[in-house]
Write a protein that binds this ligand. Structure first.
Ligand code: ADP
Ligand code: MG
Length: 326
């Protein structure tokens, strides 16, 4: 039987400058509640903390029994804690407007008399666009630096991976774009009679985008500032999911904070005369716990029991906090 070497509390204490915390894992394993409880704990340690969700489902509002949609909202009864459900629709609309402006500007610049709309449609009509709009929103939040710590209830696994995998290629591409735009601009200035400098919003955008992505990359790969925590249940599928995630993250040098096992049935309450259903579940969990101790040796930060009710509201969050931060 394995054991916890470094608990959640020890990990956070050993990383006092930790600023960006993410919770990943399969749907329904407890990412939102773990993020909420961790946010609550950090706030109780005196850190101004923003608990943010990029999830279109209003799960934070549900957890906190408070409407936190669309704006940073102080959480009632939890000093130092703010919560914020990012408005997906609004984020996507704003991104579309930005893209439309850039495309229109570019078509004008290049003297192309085509309607921008077609280009806008093809640039924004795919699911990856929504995902990356949300990711950019998250990066914006991270870079503003208004809080001591940020807890995100969903790990942008695919995007973080893409960002880091692509950042080298991307940087090369932007540099190339910049170079050819510099040349084009130089030529236009040379040919025009007035020598005044032209504004170049597209180039400004490319430069600032590259800068933002680079800043995000630096933060997301720094184990002093960032940690991704992965939640699992003692069951096959959730274990498989985080095994894959952790593999990716190691590959890309993104710091993995550890693994949290959720919904463990309390054996003290199970007796030989307990219903067969319960005894079977316990036996199954036992088997998968062996897997977990073996696969995630030294990485398990906490085991959280399965409660008799869902985790909702300050009292049940505090109770879970006692298990997560023993
Ligand atoms: N240890 C637990 N005991 C009982 N219910 C839990 C526990 N952890 C999470 N839940 C409940 O399980 C459901 C899913 O949790 P949630 O945090 O929303 O998962 P996710 O964000 O990963 O989809 C919620 O209703 C939550 O209250
Ligand atoms: Mg959730």
């Amino acid at each position: 039987m394995g054991q916890i070497d470094t608990s959640m509390r020890s990990y956070l204490t050993a990383h006092p400058d930790l600023k960006f915390l993410f919770f990943g894992g399969k749907g329904g394993v407890g990412k939102t509640v773990a993020a909420g409880v961790t946010g609550q704990w950090l706030a109780s340690q005196g850190k101004r903390t923003l608990l943010a969700s990029t999830n279109p489902v209003h799960s934070l509002s549900g957890l906190l029994s408070q409407d936190v949609f669309g704006k940073h909202t102080p959480v009632a009864g939890m000093p130092n804690l703010w919560a914020y459900e990012i408005d997906t629709k609004d984020t996507i609309e704003r991104s579309k407007v930005e893209i439309r402006e850039k495309i229109q500007w570019f078509l004008k610049f290049a003297d192309i008399s085509t309607k921008a709309e077609e280009f806008v449609e093809s640039a924004t009509m795919n699911p990856a666009f929504e995902e990356s709009a949300m990711f950019e929103n998250m990066v914006e939040l991270m870079l503003k630096g208004e809080y001591d710590s940020y807890v995100f209830d969903t790990a942008p696994t695919a995007n973080a991976r893409r960002l880091l995998g692509m950042s080298k290629v991307y940087s090369l591409w932007v540099n190339k774009m910049l170079k050819s735009r510099e040349e084009a601009k130089g030529l236009r200035e040379l040919l025009s009679f007035t020598k005044k400098k032209e504004a170049d919003p597209l180039m400004d955008y490319l430069i600032s985008f590259r800068h933002r992505m680079e800043q995000a990359r630096v933060r997301l790969t720094d184990p002093a500032q960032t940690a991704f925590f992965f939640l699992t249940l003692p069951e096959a599928l959730p274990i498989a999911v985080i095994t894959r995630f952790i593999g990716w993250f190691h590959e890309f040098g993104i710091p993995v904070g550890g693994v949290i096992v959720n919904m463990l049935i309390d054996k003290a309450q199970v007796r030989p005369d307990s219903p067969e259903f319960v005894r079977n579940r316990v036996a199954m969990q036992d088997r998968y716990m062996e897997d977990i101790w073996q696969k995630f040796d030294g990485m398990v930060r906490a085991t959280v029991p399965l409660y008799e009710t869902e985790v909702r509201g300050a009292d049940s969050m505090r109770r879970m906090g006692e298990a997560l931060f023993v």
